[in-house]
Design a protein around this ligand. Structure first.
Ligand code: PNS
Length: 155
């Protein structure tokens, strides 16, 4: 039987309820879903890669087919290494589209067999970005353990 392996790549700095919503949807669609954290993505991340991985593992532990991993270099190389046929990405608003289109087309050019699949997260999560830096209320936007970590980091 064919096993479908999908990769959900990102910075996950930190994981939000919007990410979790997408992981939950992806987990239902694919046999294996690899949540892959890009190493060295941003110059000044809020959380270190090990911290981000630890939080992701904690909030995804109920799903046996979800794996959390770290990658560097090109996503297509990592996808080949992991035997993945699909890249999963979330699109919230129209403003995400241009960036996602460029990335999907570039990845297709680099590896035509790799398909990018877009999903739309639940409506309440659609307008969430850069929440922590602005000191906005966090309740309901991030998992409880992430909220505690963010508060500790901010104080
Ligand atoms: O959560 P983000 O920061 O929007 O995720 C972006 C990510 C990690 C998916 C993207 O930057 C990426 O895939 N980087 C790896 C380098 C790569 O493969 N670049 C070519 C595609 S444009």
């Amino acid at each position: 039987m064919k096993t479908s392996v999908a990769i959900y790549p990102g910075s996950f700095d930190p994981v939000t309820n919007g990410h979790l919503d997408l992981i939950e949807r992806g987990e239902k669609m694919f046999d294996v879903l690899i949540v892959a954290v890009l190493r060295n993505a941003e110059k000044q991340p809020l959380f270190t890669v090990p911290e981000r991985v630890e939080m992701l593992r904690e909030v995804t532990k109920e799903w046996r087919s979800v794996e959390v991993d770290v990658f560097d270099g090109l996503l297509v190389d990592y996808a080949r290494k992991r035997g993945a046929a699909v890249i999963l990405r979330g699109i919230r608003a129209v403003s995400d589209y241009e960036y996602e289109l460029q990335m999907a087309l570039m990845n297709r050019k680099l590896e035509p067999r790799l398909e990018t699949v877009f999903m739309i997260p639940g409506e309440p999560y659609s307008y969430l970005s850069a929440i922590a830096q602005h000191g906005a209320p966090l309740k309901g936007l991030v998992p409880a353990i992430v909220e505690a970590r963010l508060r500790a980091k901010m104080s």
